[in-house]
Design a protein around this ligand. Structure first.
Ligand SMILES: [Zn+2]
Length: 248
């Protein structure tokens, strides 16, 4: 979901303060005293992969800038695309306050691990893990924007037999808003996600995917979308089904 310029959350200052404290904390002996759970290690891997991509992208951009000088059109980088997604940090922490401890533990672990391996890591990359800004940029967009990865090569939300294997972030795929009556379907092809229209599209019609299983009734769907994706679904189907509930 693309971000909106929403009003600043009052909790943001408290969250910022916690991150600032973590950034200035001493790293001595953290690796020895702090072990991460399996899911925290997964988060650490995900964050490392995202930050390394950001670093490589910035190196590429620097290279292109010097070689192609003026003729290269300015393209939006993937990292910039990530930043256009809705920032769900405050709204996620309001519903799951314990996540902040987890996030800061993972950040501290990564910062410490990078410092410990500083002789093997380029200093420009190591500097990306010093502050929390990029880590927060990713975490804030993780919840509400990642896609479930299902077995059988399909994102089969409507198939009860299918098992979810994990999550992946497809930044441009997250530009699709949700509808309970979507006109775009998604299929996983290896590591890629393919999006195809599922019916005729009228000029100007918005393309939508479904974030959840759409078989449930409108109240259940709205509840799930509000708790997992932080919005109240006002799609045509929800409005129609709510109206017919009220009139019957
Ligand atoms: Zn809906």
């Amino acid at each position: 979901m693309l971000g909106k310029q929403g009003k600043r959350d009052q909790a943001k200052e408290t969250i910022d303060a916690r991150w600032k404290t973590a950034e200035s904390s001493l790293m001595k002996n953290v690796l020895r005293s702090q072990s991460l759970s399996e899911s925290e290690l997964e988060t650490a891997r995900f964050l490392s992969s995202a930050i390394i991509r950001c670093w490589r992208e910035e190196l590429d951009t620097l290279g292109k800038t010097t070689q192609n000088a003026l003729q290269a059109p300015k393209l939006l980088s993937k990292w910039e695309n990530l930043l256009t997604l809705q920032n769900n940090e405050a709204v996620h922490l309001r519903a799951h306050p314990d996540s902040l401890d987890t996030w800061i533990r993972v950040y501290t672990f990564l910062r410490c691990a990078v410092q410990a391996a500083s002789s093997a890591i380029p200093s420009t990359l190591a500097s990306y893990f010093e502050g929390s800004e990029r880590i927060r940029d990713v975490l804030a967009r993780d919840h509400g924007n990642v896609f479930g990865i299902w077995e059988e090569g399909e994102a089969m939300l409507d198939d009860d037999e299918s098992e979810m294997l994990g999550f992946a972030m497809y930044i441009e795929g997250s530009y699709f808003n949700h509808s309970c009556d979507p006109n775009v379907g998604k299929t996983r092809r290896g590591r890629a996600m393919e999006f195809r229209t599922t019916r005729e599209i009228v000029a100007g019609e918005e393309l939508n995917i479904n974030y959840i299983d759409t078989k449930a009734d409108w109240k259940s769907r709205r509840k799930e979308l509000l708790s997992g994706w932080y919005f109240d679904c006002k799609c045509r189907r929800c409005i129609d089904e709510q109206a017919s509930d009220i009139t019957t």
